[in-house]
Design a protein around this ligand. Structure first.
Ligand code: ADP
Length: 183
């Protein structure tokens, strides 16, 4: 089971990825979580990433790619994984494709969690994470639209994409996800 979650900030990627990773007993790999932990620990990676994250900008591809490569070469990823927050650019997607081939881990599915903008802004304001101030949220959405939505077509063209309506209760979304992933 190798799954990639796409969707705007606030779509529920983290919640769903965590639920399914527990269910299938595979690691949930969230680049946002790894970066926030690095920031908390004041590692060189965290210190480099901070300015971008505070502004709602993407951290440079190379930094995130190195991080993902390191994580995906750990032994607990052999039976599968769920990637949440990566890839976020076409460049990251190409990198991942090469990496998975090298690691003999191809055959991933990509889920797009579809949620209207006005709904995600409401959810993020409620969540109140440190980078969830309204102007930063708006910027993250802009960045998502310009940098990450091209991945929807990218994966559709490669017949890896499944679409799920994220604008339902978390339980309904989980049920839909289990259905489309097994079909
Ligand atoms: P959300 O999807 O709710 O906006 P994440 O937790 O996935 O939040 O990411 C938080 C921040 O971490 C992003 O705004 C970005 O600065 C950085 N980040 C996470 N993943 C990536 C990535 N794949 N490429 C570049 N930056 C990333």
């Amino acid at each position: 089971m190798r799954l990639i979650f796409l969707g705007p900030p606030g779509a529920g990627k983290g919640t769903q990825a965590k639920t399914l990773a527990d269910h299938w007993q595979i690691p949930h790999i969230s680049t946002g979580d790894i970066l926030r932990q690095a920031l908390k620990d004041l590692t060189p990676l965290g210190i480099k990433a901070k300015g971008y994250m505070d502004k709602g900008e993407l951290v440079p591809d190379q930094l995130v790619q190195d991080m993902v490569e390191e994580r995906l070469t750990q032994p607990d990823t052999k039976l599968g994984w769920i990637l949440d927050g990566f890839p976020r650019t076409v460049k990251q997607a190409s990198f991942l494709e090469g990496l998975l081939e090298r690691l003999d881990q191809a055959g991933e599915k990509v889920v797009n969690l579809d949620v209207p903008d006005e709904v995600v802004v409401g959810r993020l304001l409620e969540r109140g994470r440190k980078d969830d101030a309204e102007d930063v949220i708006r910027r993250r959405l802009e960045v998502y639209r310009s940098q990450t939505t091209p991945l929807i077509d990218h994966y559709r063209d490669r017949q890896k994409l499944v679409m799920v309506n994220g604008n339902q209760s978390p339980e309904e979304v989980t049920d839909n996800l289990k259905k489309v992933i097994h079909s």
